[in-house]
Design a protein around this ligand. Sequence first.
Ligand SMILES: [Zn+2]
Length: 616
Amino acid sequence: MKNVKRYFKKFVEINLNCPKKHEGEHDVLERIVEQVLNKVDIVDIVSSYIPLKRVGVNFRALCPFHSEKTPSFYVSPAKQIFHCFGCGVGGNVIHFVMRMENLTFTEALKVLAEKAKIDIDFSQSQSAKDRALAKQKEELINLHKDCFEYFREQLYLRKNIEAVKYIIKRRIAKDTAKRFGLGFCPEKNDLYDRLSQKYSKEIIDLSGIFLERNGKNYCRFEGRLIFPIFDTMNRVIAFGGRIISDASAAPKYMNSPDTLIFSKSRILYGLNIAKQSKENEFVVVEGYMDVIALHQEGIDNAVGVLGTALTQDHSFLLRRYKNEVVLCLDSDEAGKKAAIRSADILYQNGLMVRVMELEGAKDPDEYIKRFGKDAFLLKKQNSMFVIDYKVKELKNQYDLTKSDQKFRFVREYFEKILIPISNEVERQEYIKKLSDLTGVNENVISKEFSKTTQKELKRIENINYFKQIQQKPVLSDFEMLKKNENYLLSLYTEWAPKSEEIKNLLTEEDFYTEDVKNIFTAVKNLINEGMELSYSMLLSFVTDESILFDLTSFSSKGFENADTAKKAIEELKVKIKTLGLKLELKAAQQQNDNLKITQILDELKKLKAGREGEGR
Ligand SMILES: [Zn+2]
């Protein structure tokens, strides 16, 4: 174990660029990482966020970090790593939690240590940059907690009776107000001064809670009923405020701006409560009041988007907990348009989406108060599958008894309904539906569809193709070199402990990039001393995302035996050498070093000949 520690220290120095004077800190970090990785199973942790499906020795899922319909996210229980072939992320269980909860390395480690019931002291274990950011975040969380308590107290003070009157008017019960932590910010308050005694001006400014007017700081929520916004770990990270005076000309609702701890497009109001619901789906609504009214009536799976359009990040957030969503937006035209847009985003991101329509009320809050829970549940039961909903909305725009309108309807149906469907079975279903609606023979529609849309599909394919090309820029020689070196390192780490031959196959000279060379040396020494370095442990000390991706990617491909692995290693060696020489050649050409140029060209020729010789 002593050796492991020595080499980890090396990794930390290499990868975290920790100054030597913090040496003592590494011991703490190593110990915790070691304990956590030994005690926590990546499959348990990942499957607590997303449903995993076993495929052979690995597990597969829809990636929680990018949008996809066919799963390319893999978890290897044997190696305790994850990797997504779609968006290029990878790492061990700590990296997974970092991404999932938007945390720093140390914060994620803390979360996992708590889960594994490992007692730890973190105060000394972060890099300086990590520590500074973590400290700011922590202070912001504390500041929000203080504000939250202040607002909550204010709500029940006699002088603020207007706020309680407003709550009663909106028919929010006392225990509901308590459950959602509602509060009030009086017009006259000393919040800024109170906070100034405890927090620096920088932190108070970063919170976004205060605005400056004529050199004075005032709270942006003055005169408003306060809705604290909780993250999924039940911490207050922002606020929303509803003006309580109808006479006021100010905007009705006001939210915290995005901060270090809060992003509107990544948070759903009420999710901290709704994620525990036993229902199979979420009910997505538009506002604070809608969420609160539904929960008050026992619809405990309602969540709200905060005055923004539904985003891809929201889809990922929802998909962490449940696979189905019922959209229940406002019943005006804007609400309907938003419903279609939102439903598309959710559906494209692999969620089962239904759309629920409310009649006789402008929003869910009003609906449930007017008609009650049972009526709401019945409406929910009758909610429509997203494509059916789109068909219905489209049909309403045309009079299908008139042939010219019918033709236009068919054209739009092709474009808006049939083309976006990627599943052939589903598409057939909706071709049949179009036939039922228009009385046109199914075969005729199918024929016409393939004829008129082939061009269109081709065009979409081309667009996607070009998008892909743009996303994956052609790698430069240097990037190629680094990638291949990472592959080589990963293959070596995996196979060298198992095969004496492979262990002696590589030397430092086979690597060009300094970072990778250093890791290689440490790994080789470790293996020479008979240590089995676990893959996930190694990853803990790699901070470069591209190295992480490569290391998990290559490892997850796997080789059956030492012979095939050896062959791959030899091929990589040549590839790296070639790329290295090419880079050297470029440098020599820039310096007009003719002797060197000749030498390098010679070597390249030999390498090429050697490769072709092998091929025969
Ligand atoms: Zn992905």
